[in-house]
Design a protein around this ligand. Structure first.
Ligand code: PEP
Ligand code: MG
Length: 579
C-alpha cells in the first residue's frame, strides 16, 4: 500500500517503523496478566531493561565522541539507575504479587520512587526524580515499541513515525540511528522539515490520519522526493528502491567535483551559495558540502531546549566558532533570535497565543526585551572581530522597527568602545524581508539597510494567508505563486537600485525550478540547506544570467506555479540532471 504526504526532505529510506508518541498515547498495553505469565513477563521486563541500558550507553558514547563529556555524565547516572535494585525489585514484585503487566509494573515502580524523591529536602535527590522518570519512560518505550524519544542507535536505522517532531527533537536525530521520518502534521517549511533537509535525513510530513494503523517494527520505504510511503512493500519493491538509493549516493559523490569551484554563470555573473545553519556543528557540515559561508544562522536554536538563557560569552563562542569554520573572509549572516511561530521558548514564559505565527515573536520580542536583545548584539559584535559577520533582523514589518533595532546595535557599539572591546565598526546590518509590509516598502528600506535577505517561507505564508504548518494548504504555500514572485522581483530591484545586495534564505533559494529565475532577477546571495549547494552550483555554472533574465520576465507574466515550473523545465532542461 502507498500513502502520500508532503515531500519534505529528499532521499530514500528503507527501515522499520519506530513510533514516537507520548507515553499517554502509547498506553494501550494491557495492565494485568494471568498467574501463568509471571515468568515470561518478568523476562520481558529484564530484556527491556537490558536493551535500555545499551541504548543509554550508545547515547553516552555518542556525546563523548562529540566532545560533550559533561553531558555524557548524565547518561552514566542513568546507567547506574538502570542497575538500581530498588526500581527492579519494586517492578518485579508488582508482576509477581499484583499480576501487573511489565509496562504497568515499571510505571508504578517509577512513579513511587519519583514521588518519594520529589518529597525530599535535598535538592540533588529531588532532581534525580526526573532521571527516574526518564529511565522509566525509556523502558516502557522498549516494552511497547513506542517512545517519546528518538532512537539512539545500536541497531539498524529506523523510520520514525510521529504526530509531529519539535525542531529540537529533529536537530538531535542521529543519522546513524534514524534513516528517515514521517509526521502526521507539518508543512514543507516547518522547521522540522528544514532541519531534516539540512542534515540529509529523508522525510515526509503532513501525512494526516493515514498512518493510524501502522505498527511499530513494520518495514516501510520512505521516498522523500515524491512524498510516498510504501507500507509492507514486496521484496521486489524493496530491491528496486535499494538500487535507487544507491544511484542517489553515487550522484552525490559525482557532485564532489564541484567542490571549491566558483558559483559563476556561463556569462560570468558570480553569486554566493551559502548555507542555512542552526548550530556551529551545522557550519562544519555545511562547509564540507561546499557552502561558501552562512546566509542564515538561526540563532534561536541556541536558546531552545535548555533551562537558562545563553550568556553573552556562550553566544560569542558559538559565533566565533562558526566564523573560524569558514575563515575570516567568508560571509556569516547571524540572524538575531527568531522565537515564536513553531519555535517555542518556555523559558520566556510567553502566554499561549491563538495565532503564534502572527504573534509576539522575533524582533517584536527583542525590541520589547532590550536587555535580552543587547546580550545577543554584544556577542555578535564582539565575535565580528574574528570574521566577516553580519547582523540580520527577522520579521521586520516597519521602518520604525528597523531603526529601533539599529539604534540598539549602535548603543552596544558605544558600550563596547567604552570597554575597549574589539569589534568590526563597519559591520553590515540588514533585514529579512518576510512580511509583505516590508516587501512593499523595500525601496525605502533599501536606502537605510546594508542588505536584504528574502525569507520566502514566511513571505509566502503571509502573502497567501496560508499557514506554513498546514498540510492542506501546501499548494498555496508555494513561493512560485505569482504574487510572491512579484514581491521578490520588487525587493531585488529595490536593493539593486540603491547598490545594496539582495539575498534569499527561504527554502526557495535552493529549489531547482527557482534558482534560474532568481539568477535572472539579479539575486546575489542564495542561502539554502547545505545539501542543495553543490547541485545549485552545477546548475548555475551551466546557464547564463542574461537568458535567465528573459526567462524571469516571462515567468512573471504567468498565472500559476505549475505554468512557471513548466516554463523553467522547457528552457532549462539541466535542472533535471543537476538535482
Ligand atoms: C523564512 O521565513 O523564509 C526564513 C528563512 O525564516 P524561518 O524559516 O526561520 O522563519
Ligand atoms: Mg521566517
Amino acid at each position: 500500500m502507498i500513502v502520500r504526504g508532503i515531500a519534505a526532505s529528499p532521499g530514500i529510506a528503507i527501515g522499520r517503523v519506530w513510533r514516537m508518541e507520548s507515553e499517554a498515547e502509547a498506553a494501550n498495553a494491557p495492565a494485568n496478566i494471568e498467574p501463568s505469565a509471571v515468568e515470561s513477563e518478568t523476562a520481558r521486563l529484564m530484556q527491556a531493561i537490558a536493551e535500555s541500558a545499551s541504548e543509554v550507553a550508545a547515547l553516552r558514547d555518542q556525546l563523548i565522541a562529540k566532545g560533550q563529556a559533561h553531558e555524557a555524565e548524565i547518561f552514566d547516572g542513568h546507567l547506574m539507575l538502570l542497575e538500581d535494585e530498588e526500581l527492579l525489585d519494586r517492578a518485579r514484585n508488582a508482576i509477581n504479587d499484583e499480576l501487573m503487566a511489565a509496562e504497568a509494573a515499571i510505571a508504578a515502580a517509577r512513579d513511587e520512587i519519583a514521588a518519594m524523591l520529589e518529597s525530599l529536602d535535598d535538592e540533588y535527590l529531588r532532581e534525580r526524580a526526573a532521571d527516574i522518570r526518564d529511565i522509566g519512560g525509556r523502558i516502557i518505550a522498549r516494552l511497547t515499541g513506542r517512545s517519546d524519544m528518538p532512537p539512539a542507535g545500536g541497531g539498524d536505522p529506523v523510520i520514525i513515525v510521529a504526530p509531529d517532531l519539535t525542531p529540537s527533537h529533529t536537530a538531535q536525530l542521529d543519522p546513524s540511528a534514524v534513516a528517515g521520518f514521517v509526521t502526521l502534521q507539518g508543512g514543507r517549511t516547518s522547521h522540522s522539515a528544514i532541519i531534516a533537509r539540512a542534515n540529509g535525513i529523508p522525510a515526509i510530513v503532513g501525512m494526516g490520519d493515514a498512518l493510524a494503523d501502522l505498527r511499530a517494527g513494520e518495514v516501510v520505504i520512505l521516498d522523500g522526493e515524491s512524498g510516498e510511503l510504501h507500507i509492507a512493500p514486496s521484496e521486489i519493491v524493496i530491491a528496486e528502491f535499494a538500487a535507487r538509493r544507491e544511484a542517489e549516493r553515487a550522484k552525490r559523490e559525482g557532485l564532489q567535483s564541484l567542490m571549491g569551484l566558483d558559483s559563476v554563470s556561463l556569462d560570468g555573473v558570480r553569486v554566493e551559495l551559502v548555507a542555512n545553519i542552526g548550530s556551529p556543528a551545522d557550519a562544519v557540515s555545511a562547509k564540507e558540502r561546499g557552502a561558501e559561508g552562512v546566509g542564515l544562522y538561526r540563532t534561536e536554536f541556541l536558546y531552545m531546549g535548555r533551562d537558562t538563557l545563553p550568556s553573552e560569552d556562550e553566544q560569542y563562542d558559538a559565533y566565533v566558532s562558526v566564523a573560524r569554520t569558514f575563515g575570516p573572509d567568508a560571509p556569516i549572516v547571524i540572524r538575531t533570535m527568531d522565537i515564536g511561530g513553531d519555535k517555542e521558548l518556555p523559558l520566556l514564559e510567553l502566554p499561549k497565543e491563538d495565532n503564534p505565527f502572527l504573534g509576539y515573536r522575533a524582533i517584536r520580542i527583542s525590541l520589547d526585551r532590550p536587555e535580552l536583545f543587547k546580550t545577543q548584539l554584544r556577542a555578535i559584535l564582539r565575535a565580528s572581530a574574528h570574521g566577516n559577520l553580519k547582523i540580520m533582523f527577522p520579521m521586520i514589518a516597519t521602518l520604525a522597527e528597523w531603526r529601533a533595532a539599529k539604534a540598539l546595535v549602535d548603543a552596544c557599539k558605544e558600550e563596547l568602545h567604552g570597554e575597549g572591546a574589539a569589534f568590526n565598526e563597519a559591520i553590515e546590518c540588514g533585514i529579512m524581508i518576510e512580511i509583505p509590509a516590508a516587501a512593499l516598502l523595500a525601496d525605502r528600506f533599501a536606502k537605510e539597510v546594508d542588505f536584504f535577505s528574502i525569507g520566502t517561507n514566511d513571505l509566502t505564508q503571509y502573502t497567501c494567508a496560508a499557514d506554513r504548518m498546514n498540510q492542506k494548504l501546501a499548494a498555496l504555500n508555494d513561493p512560485l505563486q505569482p504574487a510572491v514572485l512579484h514581491l521578490i522581483e520588487r525587493v531585488i530591484r529595490a536593493a539593486r537600485a540603491e547598490g545594496k545586495w539582495a539575498g534569499m534564505c527561504g527554502e526557495m533559494a535552493g529549489q531547482p525550478h527557482a534558482v534560474p529565475i532568481l539568477l535572472g532577477l539579479g539575486l546575489h546571495e542564495f542561502s539554502m540547506s547545505a545539501n542543495a549547494v553543490l547541485p545549485a552550483r552545477g546548475l548555475i555554472r551551466g546557464i547564463d544570467q542574461a537568458s535567465m533574465a528573459a526567462l524571469a520576465a516571462e515567468a512573471l507574466e504567468l498565472e500559476t506555479p505549475d505554468a512557471i515550473r513548466a516554463l523553467v523545465e522547457a528552457r532549462v532542461p539541466a535542472i533535471r540532471q543537476a538535482y
